[in-house]
Design a protein around this ligand. Structure first.
Ligand code: NAD
Length: 494
C-alpha cells in the first residue's frame, strides 16, 4: 500500500483528458507526485453510454467515498431525458455542500476591467445541494409543471459557516449575502436569517446583504466592491458565470465543492466539444482548481510555486487561443509545459503569492459512517394544523369553483378562505384582468382558530378525500403554524 495521499482522478469528457494531462504535468514538475498518487475512476459519457443513468460506476463512487478527494475534468450531461448531471449528482450525493469559486484578474488576460485599471478579486460561495437543484419536478396539469425549491435551515447553516470560516482564514473583512428575500420571503428569507445568525460569531467581519438583481448590476459596475458573496444554489450558479465573464471567461474560473468529509475540485467550464481533441483548450481553470485542492490538503508551498509560475507565464504573453493577446496562442500541451518550465519564477506586474518554507499533505481520508446523518437546526419548534392548500385542475370560474368547494367543506372544521391562480389571489377578491391557467390553489383554514392544536392532520386528509371525489387534485399542502406563526405565505394581493 502506497504511503502517498491518494486522490481520485476523473479526466472527464471532451477537452477533459487534454487539460488534465497538462495539469498533471505541472504537478509532476513541481514535485507534488512525491506526496500524491492519483487513482483513476470511471465516470462520464462512456459510463452513460454503457446504460448507467448515473454516469458514475459504483466502484468509482466507492473510491471517492474512501479517499475523500476527487479531482475531475468536465463531464458531458445528456440533454433532455435520461441521465442527470454527474457534477450535480456527485456534489449532492457526497455532501459537498459549498461551492467555492475565486474570480481574480490575471496578468496578460485582457478584460474590460483590466483595461480600465479596475482589479477584480472576489470569491463566490454557492450553496450546492438545495434550491431548485433538488430537481424535484412534476407535471401538475395539462398546462402546468412545477419545480420545488427547497431551502433548509441546516443546509443554509452549513454554507454560511463555511463562508465565514473561509473569509476569516483568507483575511477577508466583508461578506455579502445575495438573495431575493423581498419576493421569496420564506425560502430566501430563511437563507438570509441564517446568514446573519452565523455572522454574529464573526464580529470583525462586516456582513451585509444585497438583493440578487442589484448584486448583478453592482458586480458589473463595481466588481472591486466585493470580496466574498454567499448565495443560494441557482442564484449562485448564475452569478458565478457572470463573475467568470469579469475575469476573462470560463477558462479562468476555478471551483471547489467542499463537504465536511468529501471535496471535489473541478473546472467551472464544460467539455467544450467544439475544440475537443484539438490541443486548443485552456487548462488554467482546472489548474487553479487543483491549487485550491493542494491548499485544502496542506500543500501550500507547492500551490504557491505553481500559481506564481502560472501568473509569470500569462504575464509573459504565453496563452491559449481563448485569450486575446499580442503573441500568437500556444496549444494546451505547450501552455502546460511553459508553466512547468517557469516553476520558481514570479510575476512582476502583480503581487506574487507568498511561498511557505515547507508544507506536506495533512489530509485524513474520511472514516465511513454507519448511517446517514440527520441534520437539525430548530430542535424544539412545535407546530399545529391550521388548514391546507388543495390544488385543483379545473377550468371553472373562481365563483363557480368557490361555490362548489363551499358545499364540500360544510360539516368539516375548515372553510375556504382564499383561492389563487399562479400565486395571485382571485377569490374572494381579485382583478378581472388576472389571467389564469388550469391550476387553482384553494386555501382552507380552521373555521375557529381556537381549535388550533386540537385538530390533527387526519381532518385535512378527510377534506382532501372529499375534494378528490369532485375534482382532479394535483397537489396538497398541509398548512401548519410553527411556534405560533403561520408556516405559509400569503397570496399576491391577499
Ligand atoms: P462549455 O463550457 O463546454 O463551452 C462553452 C464555450 O466555452 C465553448 O465555446 C468552449 O469552446 C469554450 N470553453 C469552455 N472551456 C474552455 C477552455 N478550458 N478553454 C477554451 N475554451 C473553453 O459549455 P457547453 O458547450 O454549454 O457545455 C458542453 C458540455 O459540458 C455539456 O454536456 C454540459 O452539460 C457540460 N458541462 C459540464 C460541466 C462540468 O463538468 N463541471 C460544466 C458545464 C457544462
Amino acid at each position: 500500500m502506497s504511503d502517498k495521499l491518494q486522490i481520485a482522478l476523473a479526466e472527464g469528457d471532451g477537452i477533459g483528458p487534454e487539460i488534465t494531462k497538462a495539469c498533471l504535468h505541472v504537478f509532476e514538475a513541481a514535485g507534488c507526485m512525491d506526496h500524491l498518487e492519483f487513482v483513476p475512476v470511471e465516470m462520464g459519457e462512456s459510463v452513460f453510454e454503457s446504460g448507467n443513468t448515473k454516469g458514475v460506476t459504483d466502484e468509482a463512487l466507492e473510491t471517492v467515498e474512501n479517499l475523500g478527494l476527487l479531482y475531475k475534468g468536465p463531464m458531458g450531461t445528456p440533454t433532455g431525458g435520461g441521465g442527470k448531471s454527474i457534477n450535480v449528482t456527485l456534489r449532492k450525493a457526497l455532501g459537498a455542500f459549498a461551492n467555492l469559486r475565486h474570480f481574480q484578474s490575471l496578468p496578460g488576460v485582457e478584460t474590460v476591467y483590466s483595461k480600465a485599471g479596475v482589479p477584480v478579486d472576489f470569491y463566490v460561495v454557492r450553496e450546492n445541494i438545495e434550491d431548485t437543484y433538488g430537481g424535484i419536478e412534476h407535471r401538475l396539469t395539462s398546462d402546468v409543471v412545477e419545480c420545488k425549491r427547497l431551502i433548509s435551515a441546516p443546509g443554509s447553516d452549513q454554507v454560511h459557516r463555511f463562508a465565514f470560516k473561509t473569509a476569516a482564514n483568507f483575511g477577508i473583512d466583508i461578506v455579502h449575502c445575495g438573495h431575493k428575500a423581498n419576493i421569496m420571503k420564506m425560502s430566501d428569507g430563511l437563507f438570509l436569517k441564517r446568514f446573519y445568525n452565523e455572522a454574529e460569531k464573526y464580529p470583525s467581519i462586516d456582513s451585509q446583504d444585497v438583493i440578487i438583481d442589484a448584486l448583478c448590476m453592482n458586480l458589473v459596475l463595481r466588481p472591486d466592491a466585493y470580496k466574498m458573496v454567499v448565495l443560494p444554489n441557482l442564484q449562485g450558479d448564475i452569478v458565478s458565470d457572470l463573475a467568470a465573464g469579469l475575469v476573462g471567461g470560463l477558462g479562468f474560473a476555478p471551483s471547489a465543492n467542499i463537504g465536511e468529509k468529501i471535496s471535489i475540485f473541478e473546472a467551472v467550464h464544460g467539455t467544450a466539444p467544439d475544440i475537443a481533441g484539438q490541443n486548443k483548450a485552456n487548462p488554467t481553470s482546472l489548474l487553479l482548481s487543483g491549487l485550491i485542492m493542494l491548499r485544502h490538503i496542506g500543500m501550500r508551498k507547492q500551490a504557491a510555486i505553481i500559481e506564481n509560475s502560472l501568473l509569470y507565464t500569462l504575464e509573459s504573453g504565453v496563452h491559449t487561443g481563448d485569450v486575446r493577446g499580442e503573441k500568437d496562442p500556444v496549444g494546451t500541451r505547450e501552455f502546460g509545459e511553459a508553466i512547468a518550465n517557469n516553476l520558481g519564477k514570479e510575476p512582476s506586474g502583480c503581487e506574487a503569492r507568498k511561498v511557505p518554507s515547507e508544507s506536506t499533505p495533512e489530509f485524513t481520508p474520511p472514516t465511513r459512517p454507519s448511517e446517514n446523518r440527520m441534520m437539525r437546526t430548530f430542535t424544539d419548534s412545535t407546530s399545529v394544523v391550521a388548514g391546507c392548500d388543495v390544488y385543483i385542475d379545473t377550468l371553472l370560474s373562481p365563483i363557480d369553483l368557490a361555490d362548489k368547494l363551499g358545499v364540500i367543506c360544510e360539516g368539516t372544521p375548515f372553510q375556504l378562505t382564499m383561492m389563487s391562480n399562479r400565486g395571485t389571489q382571485i377569490w374572494p377578491t381579485g382583478s378581472i384582468y388576472t389571467e389564469m391557467v388550469d391550476y387553482y390553489r384553494c386555501r382552507f383554514e380552521l373555521r375557529d382558530r381556537a381549535q388550533l392544536g386540537s385538530i390533527d392532520q387526519a381532518a385535512s386528509i378527510d377534506l382532501l378525500s372529499k375534494i378528490g371525489q369532485a375534482f382532479p387534485v394535483t397537489d396538497f399542502q398541509p398548512l401548519r403554524d410553527y411556534d405560533g406563526k403561520p408556516g405559509y405565505s400569503l397570496a399576491q394581493g391577499q
